[in-house]
Design a protein around this ligand. Structure first.
Ligand SMILES: [Mn+2]
Length: 311
């Protein structure tokens, strides 16, 4: 599996005076080859031509854009009941598509930070649902050559996020009904929902609906954004197993937050761990792992885990 590796630019920017070019220089040094750009924040004051030039100079491929809805959308993004704000959110996605085209990117990930609710009796769920579906159809048809994805999260910053889980996102994709709409799985978000991340890669990747992955780790309550494989290494191994099995060819983005660590040391650690875990799968062998899964035997599964540790 060819590795398309990206990482959070916001982990780097404060260390480099918010100079994107200096960040790109560092990314190239540590082995990152793809970039996702937060829209609009990280494009402000930078023409697409200049962005493309900076990417080319540092041998970085544009994956695409990550939608970031800020305080203007505090009451909701693509489902906002206020018509003006709703139209603003749709327009922002279309502008992201234009920028994405101009830099040669192919994917836009939507994390709707404010779509959700905090109180009972706060929103009309069916109306809200229909608005999100309609907005997603509109942006998908506006840029049919772009792969659009929804990144769900169970809560934070809202008490309840609207699209919060594997099941809801699949219902949503069913209603959006566009081939260029899929899902981006964020590993930490899945832990927060008590989902087993591997179940997500198996189900979505086998249906060709898995467009991207945010890899990280955490303790399941908050969006910790810890380094890959540090808290739940076996779950990470199983997550990667299904990505390999179903030939995932999208980007793996390290959505980690080095607060006290040097961002480049942290990225190198993420890449090292990812490669090590992928190599472990190869050492044991995909067929052998499949045989163990087929036996539906807890002790055999544990034996496999011990074998991973003994390699
Ligand atoms: Mn994420």
């Amino acid at each position: 599996m060819e590795l398309k590796l990206a990482t959070r630019l916001n982990a780097y920017l404060p260390h480099y005076n918010n100079d994107l070019e200096k960040v790109f220089e560092q990314l190239e040094k540590v082995g990152i080859n793809y970039v996702d750009i937060n829209f609009p924040q990280q494009t402000l004051g930078i023409t697409p031509e200049h962005m493309k030039e900076m990417l080319d100079k540092h041998n970085l491929q544009p994956n695409g854009m990550e939608m970031r809805f800020e305080t203007h959308y505090l009451t909701g993004d693509l489902g906002n009941p206020d018509e003006k704000l709703y139209q603003d959110a749709i327009k922002m996605c279309k502008e992201a598509a234009d920028y994405c085209h101009a830099i040669g990117g192919s994917m836009i990930n939507i994390w709707s930070a404010h779509d959700g609710f905090d109180y009972s009796f706060q929103i009309d769920y069916v109306e809200y649902w229909n608005r999100i579906v309609k907005a997603c159809q509109e942006v998908a048809d506006y840029a049919p050559d772009i792969r659009w994805s929804i990144e769900y999260k169970p809560y934070e910053p809202r008490g309840y996020a609207f699209v919060d889980s594997m099941g809801i996102v699949e219902m949503m994709l069913h209603d959006i009904n566009r081939k260029n709409f899929g899902v981006l799985l964020d590993y930490c978000h899945m832990l927060m929902k008590h989902e087993n991340p591997a179940m997500g890669t198996a189900l979505f990747c086998s249906r060709k609906q898995l467009f991207g992955v945010h890899l990280n780790d955490g303790y399941g309550v908050h969006d910790d954004g810890l380094m890959v494989g540090t808290v739940t290494p076996f779950k990470t191994l199983e997550f990667l197993y299904y990505m390999k099995k179903y030939n995932f060819d999208g980007m793996i983005y390290f959505d980690t937050e080095p607060v006290r660590e040097d961002p480049s040391d942290e990225t190198k650690s993420n890449i090292e761990m990812l490669k090590y875990l992928l190599d472990l799968l190869d050492q044991i062998g995909m067929d052998k792992i499949q045989q163990i899964i087929d036996s539906n035997d807890g002790v055999k599964a544990r034996n496999l885990m011990l074998e991973f540790l003994q390699k």
